[in-house]
Design a protein around this ligand. Sequence first.
Ligand code: ADP
Length: 169
Amino acid sequence: ATPAACAPAKLPAHGVPGTKYERTFIAVKPDGVQRGLVGNIIARFEAKGYKLVALKMVWPTKEMASKHYADLSSKPFFNGLTDFFSSGPIVAMVWEGDNAILGGRKMLGTTNPRDSEPGSIRGDLCVITGRNIIHGSDGPDSAEHEINMWFKPSEVNDHALAEAAWVYE
Ligand code: ADP
């Protein structure tokens, strides 16, 4: 039997932007994995009060990397970026919560870690744009696209958390 605390949430609005079920795609890039920062990054999202609803370690192919960064295909750094993104395993996640997309972006900091505030992930943990350790969706459309690209629907969970009543009023 499913314990009451894990039963599906009563309002099935999962994935709907603008609700407390808003979802974003977050990935620890190969440099973050190699540097042992996966736990640090997950701890920050957990401590914030967002809910982890999907997680996997995956070694992207060059094709997956190119698809993930398709919007940047005309940029001069695209080839280097996709080589880097496919150079080792990433930790792909979906986090859910009120304002998770923009809130997650704030937690990441700016693209160039030089400009990232201390306290943000990039501000605290990395130094240059080409090794900025983490990816996060930049809007509702990219969040939906990226979640569907990296996860099957059956891999994204709709469970409730007992602590939700202490995160939301
Ligand atoms: P973000 O990851 O903050 O959403 P972008 O979508 O603009 O940033 O770029 C995606 C990724 O491409 C960046 O995180 C970074 O790894 C890489 N990148 C962006 N701009 C540059 C650049 N000028 N030189 C090298 N790599 C870059």
